[in-house]
Design a protein around this ligand. Structure first.
Ligand SMILES: *[C@@H]1O[C@H](CO)[C@@H](O)[C@H](O)[C@H]1NC(C)=O
Ligand SMILES: *[C@@H]1O[C@H](CO)[C@@H](O)[C@H](O)[C@H]1NC(C)=O
Ligand SMILES: *[C@@H]1O[C@H](CO)[C@@H](O)[C@H](O)[C@H]1NC(C)=O
Length: 313
């Protein structure tokens, strides 16, 4: 009897798959990239999602993207550490984590969203399935938090004036927000001198690898906040932006150059129903957990056997 059991055990061991490949019913890990001024580990902010999601999805591995030795240093870096450098560091950080070797889902808060998209496009050594963008600025910003240029002359003059210095290389290198500042009155300087956004949006040079990699994600979830006072125009959260030479009318993702010329594979993603436009009637990143649970959570609560397909809610 014992001999039979041992033999059965030996056979089972012999035929079991190698330990390194994740089993299909395991939860897919999640990477979270927080917004400007937030950090890896403040008790409020993005970190609370790690705590709650770990409770809701037993066994899930969740990693916060963080640079610096302390939460304060991490928060400082979200303002001043060059975006290209941040994406490069994140690529190293996530590629070297064995728990992420079979791929993961990713959720970005505000600017963390476009950094994650850059990561998909630039970092060939990782695999991202679902990319969730909460109030991300995929076509840049033109304006200042709580100073809506559309309704105040002073705010409008302020952004026009500031626009003149934004592409100077000193500012480009040292202020994160300048690296996705997009001046609709000066599209040429934006394309030429904006070091981060114009590269990932393929404004000047077309890099085929950016398109190959981005076309390969399972779902791209874009959340726009209808009463956003931090981000101008808020259409950038759905990949739209101001039409050229003015700052009132906007175009949608479908009308943008990046879509029409299919520079990063958005046409394929749309055709296969992998792009999801969601909106929430609130200010920047102001949403209820109930809404999150029914609209975003299903993209996170995935196992390896179902994460590769488009998800229609
Ligand atoms: C696309 O995804 C598949 C399956 O996950 C992978 O084998 C392939 O290398 C990926 N291609 C690119 C260009 O990333
Ligand atoms: C995007 O995909 C949807 C759903 O398949 C389709 O109805 C729509 O026509 C597509 N948009 C464009 C501009 O191709
Ligand atoms: C997560 O998904 C699994 C199925 O894969 C389901 O059984 C479980 O109830 C879901 N968790 C929550 C909190 O909805």
């Amino acid at each position: 009897m014992a001999g039979f059991l041992l033999a059965a055990l030996a056979i089972a061991l012999f035929f079991s798959p190698p330990a390194s490949s994740a089993s299909e019913d395991e939860p897919v890990p999640l990477v979270i990239w927080s917004g400007m001024g937030d950090s890896c580990c403040y008790e409020y902010g993005a970190y609370q999602f790690k705590v709650v999601l770990e409770r809701l999805i037993p066994g899930i591995y969740i990693k916060m993207v963080a640079f610096g030795k302390t939460p304060t240093e991490d928060s400082y870096n979200s303002f001043f550490l060059n975006s290209n450098k941040q994406v490069e560091l994140a690529c190293d950080l996530l590629s070297s984590d064995e728990m992420l070797a079979n791929g993961f889902n990713a959720m970005g808060f505000s600017q963390g969203s476009q950094f994650l998209r850059a990561l998909v496009q630039r970092c060939g050594s990782i695999k991202i399935y679902n990319l969730i963008s909460l109030g991300g600025q995929h076509n840049g910003v033109y304006g200042f938090p709580f100073c809506p240029g559309s309704s105040s002359i002073l705010c409008h003059l302020f952004r026009r004036f500031l626009g003149m210095g934004t592409y100077l290389s000193f500012i480009q290198d040292n202020l994160v927000q300048a690296q996705y500042w997009h001046d609709p009155y000066d599209e040429e300087s934006y394309a030429l001198d904006c070091e981060f956004l114009s590269d990932i949006n393929q404004e000047l040079v077309f890099k085929p690898s950016y398109k190959e990699r981005f076309s390969n994600i399972s779902n791209f979830v874009l959340v726009k906040f209808e009463y956003d006072m931090m981000v101008e125009p808020k259409e950038t959260e759905w990949f739209g932006f101001y039409k050229e030479h003015q700052s009132v009318e906007t175009y949608s993702m479908f009308e943008s150059k990046i879509y029409r010329r299919d520079l990063i594979g958005l046409q394929y993603l749309n055709k296969t129903e992998r792009i999801h436009f969601l909106s929430y009637p609130g200010g920047h990143l102001q949403f209820s957990f109930e809404w999150f649970k029914s609209n975003i959570f299903p993209y996170i609560n995935r196992t390896f056997d179902n994460v590769r397909s488009p998800l229609k809610l």
